[in-house]
Design a protein around this ligand. Sequence first.
Ligand code: ARG
Ligand code: ZN
Length: 480
Amino acid sequence: PRPVGGPVRFRTIASAAGALTLLLAIPASAATPTPGAPGIGDPYYPTYGNGGYDVGHYDLRLTYQPKTDALQGTATVLATTTQDLSRFDLDFALGVDSVLVNNHPAKFTESPAAHKLQITPDAPLAKGSDVTVVVRYHGVPSKVVVDGFTSWQRTPDGAVAANEPESAWWWFPSNDHPLDKATYDISVEVPTGDQVISNGVPTGQSTDIKGWTRYDWRQAKPQATYLATMAIGKFDVTKGTTAGGIPVINAYSTALGDATGAAKASVERTGEVIDWESTYFGPYPFATVGGYVPDTTSDFALETETRPFYSPTMFSSGSDVSVVVHELAHQWFGDSVSLKRWQDIWLNEGFATYAQWLWSQYQGEGTAQQLADYVYASHPAGDAFWKIEPGNPGAANQFADPIYDRGAAAIQTLRDTVGDKAFFTILKAWTAQHAYGNADFAQFQALAEKVSGKKLGPLFTTWLFTPARPATGPVAPGTK
Ligand code: ARG
Ligand code: ZN
């Protein structure tokens, strides 16, 4: 069948007499529609994301009952096809009730253990057409195990969706890879008395007579799927602005207990940190900022866009502004400028860690150079630390220490090699040139070489792509 909705080109043929014009309708695409690939093509995670379309917007309208961990709702996904498409996949693991494609019921096959929902529209979709996919679904996310685990975190008073790289398929159908960024409207209904925290700005709140309250949030700038977040629970919400005028919304579980003071003493400094980071990284890329600390037992923080997630354990022994500096640096490095492939995770974690080193120096504590020297000195040759290449760590080591510390030491070595002026120019050029987009390591090296006028291949090979300790520490050749 002819692809539905495709552009039709009209070819004008003038007759010899010049008086007669024929209009012939010719289908734009003669290609046979084929299935979209069940993976976006990331060598580290071959099954993550999908081919054949590009999502522009997710609209999630959900209802969550904390007592039973029951999540249900409707996802409306606005996408554009990138090929003539006979069928396509979304990454998803909850139960699907129905699927509409362009308002027509579509056939679907669920493979929750493989996090795939395969959708076959009633007619093929032509390349370049706008598609509206409506998925009605329900499930108990904490019971859904994919690849041996669930990243959905139930809490005593609610739940949290926050993890990297896997979190989306426990709560909404998506093209689950940073290459396909989109805007979001996230609307969640919860029992009245509970609250919902998510990305971006709150756009509405309404309570019905049956005891439910709906919270609406909007992130109008592109966001990778793993950076979408939602937390349900009882929160103490604080509001303010940065000195630069960006609205700040923070949320703390009311159940943090003794750690409440330390959590607030850290996350309440978000505005100060954002203004300080802007002087190094360029204008803050989003319309709002903040952070949230739910009542979880997990042990990590995550740069969920505009509103990082912090486990309470981050603050169990006292305040930690450095972790706030790290997650907020990711708003530039990872969230605005996103990875094209997970192999380049160093581009996220190295720079977020380097921001912590700059902050340390700003606080009058160890300088970035001292911290880099310490990383080098504290791991002798032969230490397993040097076996992991930050530039190609393998999926299993994606969040191992060397990605952070050796990655940041590589950045200090770059700075030592090109000088401060070129170094800070590179940082701002990087975040400006790729704002709201995706970029990879080769592009970073090209930019750094262009700005500095130096060939940097050997430096990056030594610090990022060699499974051994560099022969010399993080200083410019001949300067120390
Ligand atoms: N990007 C996060 C960070 O800022 C890494 C989180 C990884 N840990 C996890 N449990 N998913 O460090
Ligand atoms: Zn990080």
